[in-house]
Design a protein around this ligand. Structure first.
Ligand code: UGA
Length: 439
């Protein structure tokens, strides 16, 4: 069987893109070396928690639009091959290209004796210059020539966890880093089928496309850290409120209102990793990256606002019962990678507090980190019952349904630290209500 496209690596980006393409009528081959993952996907059981994912997956499998394989060699059954493997951080923050190097070597060996023209699309997040390295690797192992026997395109991904399907089907922009007209035509033909009209494509060079991804994520992370910095100032002004500042500055079209939410800092598998990678890359070029170092420094210490309040209100934390609502790094996901909840729980345990947590879907993931050193509640009410303080760490919708009277009725002391500004300060003024960025 021939496929329109193949994906090498079925992580967050690979799988989301593969099912969305399949949904738009494209015949997709998904390749991953992890056989457990492949078996789950084959059974339409998504290894990642993402809205609409299971439905789309089931449809794609039933309609035979998504096939799966563990062998990279199978990618030759498609003429467009997306590289969607991970690019994890090394100790010094730079990215580790081992998966991408291995995948491109395997692809090169697979296409070596095939006479057709292949386009390899790098979707993984990689620093400028990586596409050139991949071209070298492909040429070396396939004995073929770039632009003659194959082409390489850089097409970074901007989807957000929690809205991956929607973001993939309706992207703000599609960045295509391409050097040849031939490759441009091939990819345009594919994207036209998927996104239909009004394609927001930005054509640029491969290196610029690589840098666009890092600039995009780093600027968003900068907006967040900037607002967290403003929140620290607002907290020290008696009637300060970072939300009012956000509202007003967000009205300025040059700034825009999104990603201005102060909170307990950004987590996840992307912002911290990508900012560190851009810093490491800048260092190689001899470019000072103080701005991004500050972004990270603010992010690393932002969770301490919680402890400033705890110190003032509870003093010693030993044996104090602290309830935590929300563990995932953001709502609508069970992902706890680099989640602020981990930093907070660790410190609470160091201070010998008794910690009870609840997340609608991330409890099990947290069990793998903290085991029986904390307790896991099955809902918000049982989480906050009898506690001395409740900290809101992730802004899940269901937490917003809690009313002041619920906290008064259930908690030993209705002391709340709203780390994500989900409650209205007016409604909660009868309680001991503290919040990020609130004086
Ligand atoms: C981020 C980018 O938003 C995506 O465009 C990009 O494709 C992705 O990284 C990636 O590189 O793969 P993601 O990490 O899924 O997406 O989640 P975001 O919604 O960006 O949130 C990241 C963190 O920032 C979360 O911890 C969130 O709570 C925090 N955040 C976000 C704030 O603290 N304030 C805000 O105003 C927005």
């Amino acid at each position: 069987m021939e496929y329109d496209v193949a994906f090498v690596g079925l992580g967050y980006v690979g799988l989301s893109t593969a099912v969305c393409f399949a949904d738009r009528g494209i015949n997709v081959l998904g390749v991953d070396i992890d056989s457990k993952k492949i078996n789950r996907i084959k059974n339409a059981d998504s290894p990642i928690h993402e809205r609409y994912m299971n439905e789309l997956l089931e449809k794609a499998i039933k309609k035979n639009r998504l096939s799966l394989s563990r062998k990279v060699a199978d990618v030759t059954k498609a003429k467009i091959i997306f590289l969607t493997v991970g690019t994890p951080s090394r100790k010094n923050g730079s990215i580790d290209l081992k998966y991408i190097e291995q995948a491109s070597k395997d692809i090169a060996i697979a296409i070596k004796d095939i006479e057709e023209y292949f386009v390899i699309v790098i979707k993984s997040t990689v620093v400028p210059g990586t596409a050139l390295k991949i071209i070298d690797n492909l040429e070396k192992h396939s004995r073929k020539k770039n632009s003659i026997h194959f082409g390489v395109i850089v097409n970074p991904e901007f989807l957000q966890e929690g809205s991956a399907i929607n973001d993939t089907l309706r992207p703000d922009k599609i960045v295509v880093g391409v050097n040849s007209e031939k490759d441009k035509k091939i990819i345009y033909k594919l994207f036209k089928k998927i996104y239909r009209k009004n394609l927001p494509i930005v054509y640029t060079t491969p290196s610029n496309a690589e840098l666009i991804k890092y600039a995009n994520n780093s600027l968003l992370a900068t907006k967040i850290s900037f607002m967290n910095y403003i929140s620290r100032i607002a907290e020290r002004i008696p009637d300060g409120d970072v939300n009012e500042i956000k509202y007003a500055i967000g009205m300025d079209k040059r700034i825009s209102e999104s990603f201005l939410n102060a909170g307990l800092g950004f987590g996840g598998s992307c912002f911290p990793k990508d900012v560190k990678a851009l810093i490491a890359f800048s260092k190689e070029l001899g470019v000072n990256s103080e701005i991004l170092q500050s972004v990270l420094a603010i992010n690393d210490t932002q969770f301490m606002s919680v402890f400033n309040i705890l110190n003032k209100e509870l003093g010693q934390l030993e044996r104090k019962r602290i309830s935590i609502l929300g563990l995932a790094f953001k709502p609508e996901t069970d992902d706890i990678r680099d989640a602020t909840s981990i930093k907070i729980i660790k410190r609470l345990l160091d201070k010998k507090a008794k910690v009870r947590v609840y997340d609608p879907i991330a409890n099990n993931n947290m069990k793998r980190i903290f085991g029986s050193s904390i307790t896991y509640a099955k809902d918000s009410e049982s989480c906050i019952r009898n506690s001395d303080c409740c900290i809101i760490v992730t802004e899940w919708k269901e937490f917003k349904m809690l009313k002041p009277k619920d906290f008064i009725r259930l908690m030993k002391r209705p002391l709340i630290i709203d780390g994500r500004r989900i409650f209205s300060k007016k409604q909660f003024n009868k309680l001991e209500y503290h919040a990020i960025g609130l004086g």
